[in-house]
Design a protein around this ligand. Structure first.
Ligand code: NAP
Length: 492
């Protein structure tokens, strides 16, 4: 897709939204509905869609039900499956953007590289790789899962065959009939492995830690049901509410701690594994030795069967190095490969800190976050007026749809933007309010399952602090963050 012609650049934008994925589009719709503008969305890629544009690996789909993984104010009655595949979600985002008239506001192929607060004018001077912009407010809608992380393995550049990340799939490479190595066994791997296993001559899966996996029970949504949802929207809303509460119940039963629920869920997952994998040795390799919930719990009905295909090997030995012709494990075994797929996740912390953001009095975001990232309600940071984050620190979820968090955040940001519209030059969270908030959630996180469950995950930063997940229910976040409490902000 080429960048559409954008309206002539206004001198100072009221709001600049960075990123045209789920959160950026949601924010843009909300701003337009509230009549806030001039508004511009910049997007580094050549198309909108964010993570759903980038993750095009075979089998890519959402592991949250479609009717829940969509915007409440941009409903879609005709989701084809319980768990929509990537192209359908990407199509939904495009339709939504078009239906809400967002495309002329979106400047594609424009990467945000940094911004500096101008106290005298109360504006942000924004740097992009396509020239500067000026905006009163910036909404960062960049998410945390878009900088592919590659493992730091010796010889990674030595491999002579094609090698790529699940989030940067090379569709020019035909893996049919090839010996393919997949490194990693997270959410992306459990989706891609069954698909690759069907076409590769041989697939070797390099597992460091086995994931906990629950049944998925994916199914097509019958056309009659889709038609009913179209005709009677309240039925679709009812389905959304049912799914929301089904997921939310996990939080209400205390999923954030090791509890009775953990044990019960582990029983279900073990049963799923035992039913799918009769062979004892393979089952042992696939049995996690940490508590369920410590890492993201995966869902799949196809992963375990795929691992039992005659052309698939599960390798659990440590990778010693990558060589010209494949992967050598610590036991000295050289696995000859034609292609390597890195299903090794994302650099989450890095994606927040790598941009050059300079706030009030020359404060850099990297310095403000020298001891770990943190933001009031995951949205605002003291020292950075008129700067708002969607999907910021500690707002990720392990139990429910992230879209519900985005909607809460968009509402909060809208309150702040309204304050600017009503005459404030700047709005900035009070440091004491931010500190109170961070204390509250870090106390809650201290003995959470992510800390005590016996695993290491991308939820934790290099110091072992959880700066990515919200430690409570979505409803609790809604109560905490939906409206911006003006007492917690300083209006300038
Ligand atoms: P991930 O969960 O971070 O998994 C990365 C995998 O790579 C892990 O199994 C990890 O092993 C392994 N790994 C990393 N370095 C390694 C090394 N040096 N040697 C061997 N193995 C190594 O990444 P992901 O699967 O891409 O998922 C990331 C996030 O994206 C998910 O948590 C989820 O939020 C999102 N996602 C969502 C969906 C969806 O359907 N909604 C689908 C895909 C992804 P260890 O476990 O031992 O670290």
């Amino acid at each position: 897709m080429t960048a559409p012609a954008t309206a002539s650049v206004p001198e100072t934008l009221e709001v600049l939204i960075v990123g045209a994925g789920f959160s950026g589009l949601a924010m843009a719709i909300r701003c337009r509905q509230a009549g806030i503008g001039p508004l511009r969305v910049i997007e580094k890629a050549a198309d909108i869609g964010g993570t759903w544009r980038e993750n095009t690996y075979p089998g890519a789909a959402c592991d949250v039900p479609s009717h829940l993984y969509s915007l409440s104010f941009a409903p879609k009655a005709d989701w084809s499956r319980m768990y929509a595949p990537q192209p359908e979600i990407q199509g939904y985002l495009r339709d939504t953007a078009e239906r809400h008239g967002l495309m002329p506001l979106i400047q594609l192929g424009t990467a945000f590289t940094g911004a500096t607060w101008d106290e005298a004018r109360a504006v942000w001077h924004v740097k992009t790789d396509r020239g500067p912009l000026t905006a009163r407010a910036i909404v960062s809608a960049m998410g945390g899962l878009h900088h592919p992380a590659y493992p730091d393995l010796p010889g990674r550049d030595a491999f002579t065959g094609p090698a790529f990340h699940t989030a940067a799939w090379d569709h020019a490479v035909d893996l049919a009939g090839k010996r393919v190595g997949v490194i990693g066994t997270g959410a992306s791997a459990v989706q891609v492995v069954p698909e690759l296993a069907k076409r590769a001559a041989h697939l070797t899966l390099f597992q460091r830690t086995p994931p906990w996996i629950m049944p998925k029970h994916d199914h097509a949504i019958p056309e009659a049901t889709q038609a009913r949802y179209r005709r009677l929207p309240f039925l679709r809303q009812l389905e959304r509410a049912r799914l929301f509460w089904l997921h939310e119940l996990r939080a209400l039963f205390g999923f954030t701690k090791v509890s009775k629920l953990t044990k019960q869920a582990e029983g279900l997952a073990r049963h799923h594994l035992a039913k799918a994998v009769p062979e004892r040795a393979l089952r042992a390799k696939l049995t996690p030795n940490y508590r369920l919930g410590c890492k993201r719990v995966l869902i799949s009905d196809e992963y375990y069967p795929a691992l039992q295909r005659p052309n698939v090997t599960l390798e659990t030995g440590d990778i010693a190095r990558i060589t010209e012709g494949g992967v050598t494990t610590a036991d000295g075994h050289a696995h000859a490969l034609d292609a390597i797929v890195y299903a090794t996740g994302f650099d989450v912390t890095g994606s927040f800190t790598r941009m050059d953001l300079v706030g009030r009095d020359g404060l850099r975001l990297t310095d403000a976050w020298a001891d770990g990232m943190g933001a009031y309600q995951g949205i605002t940071v003291a020292g950075f007026p008129n700067y708002f984050m969607l999907l910021g620190p500690n707002t990720g979820l392990g139990h429910n749809s992230i879209i519900s968090m985005i909607e809460v955040q968009a509402r909060h940001v809208l309150d702040c933007l309204e304050a600017l519209r009503k005459g404030a030059r700047a709005i900035e969270v009070r440091p004491e309010a931010q500190a109170r908030f961070l204390d509250r959630i870090q106390t809650r996180l201290a003995n959470s399952i992510w800390q005590t469950g016996g695993c290491r995950s991308w939820y934790l930063d290099a110091e072992g602090r959880n700066t990515t997940l919200w430690p409570d229910s979505v409803m609790a976040y809604r109560r905490s963050a939906r409206r911006a409490r003006m007492a917690d902000y300083r209006l300038g």
